[in-house]
Design a protein around this ligand. Structure first.
Ligand code: C5P
Length: 205
């Protein structure tokens, strides 16, 4: 079974995808991490993330970069969102994600375009949403717990900017697949969100 989990930044899709992978005993790929690695590599190369050639060159990152804690920063998230606009970057990362999705036994992938582009044949597609206020609040608490100096206003503004860029780009924009099950988890705890996702999947099986 392929499970596709898509949604905007800080919607909780990663937590839900991990919970589903554990529940169904499937391997999990956080595809945002691949775009983050390209954004970070572009920065390390001294490249311009808005330049397609520089972004494409950064796709040749070494696999150990995926374990770099700097990938989790808001700054790298912003760079990822900029390099992910270029179709040539998406093409390079497509093969890697496709191979993961089609491995024997199935897989869980989370991202923006899993149900629409990477694995349109997925048996279960979830589109996770939550209000900007709920998402910003979660991100704020998470960053504060890591001792990072942040304000709620700055996080809200950054989320809104990234949402806009992801939704309006020409290549694989963030949109729910027509056959996706939408889960709004603004009011749900992480555990309740995972349980709700399992219920939705089981209802369709
Ligand atoms: O999910 P995460 O915040 O780690 O993703 C970082 C950025 O990578 C997103 O804002 C989006 O622009 C891009 N991305 C994408 N397609 C995916 C996953 C992430 O374009 N499948």
């Amino acid at each position: 079974m392929i499970i596709a989990v898509d949604g905007p930044t800080a919607s909780g899709k990663g937590t839900i995808a991990k919970g589903l992978a554990a529940h169904y005993g499937l391997p999990h790929l956080d595809t945002g991490l691949l775009y983050r690695a390209v954004g970070r590599q572009c920065q390390l190369n001294g490249g311009d993330p808005d330049n397609p050639g520089d972004a494409l060159a950064a796709c040749a990152f070494a696999d150990d970069l995926l374990a770099d804690p700097a990938l989790r920063s808001e700054e790298t998230g912003g760079l990822a969102s900029r390099v992910s606009i270029h179709p040539e970057v998406r093409r390079v990362l497509f093969d890697r994600q496709r191979a993961f999705a089609t491995q024997p036994g199935g897989a869980v992938l989370d991202g923006r375009d899993i149900g629409t582009v990477i694995a349109p044949e997925a048996q279960a597609k979830l589109f996770i949403t939550a209000s900007v206020a709920a998402r910003a609040g979660r991100r704020f608490l998470e960053m504060r717990s890591r001792g990072l100096p942040v304000t709620l206003d700055a996080i809200e503004a950054d989320l809104a900017l990234r949402d806009e860029r992801d939704r309006t780009r020409a290549a694989a924009p963030l949109v729910a697949a027509s056959d996706a099950m939408v889960l709004n988890n603004s009011e749900l705890s992480p555990e309740a969100s995972i349980a709700a996702a399992i219920r939705l999947i089981e209802r369709r099986r």
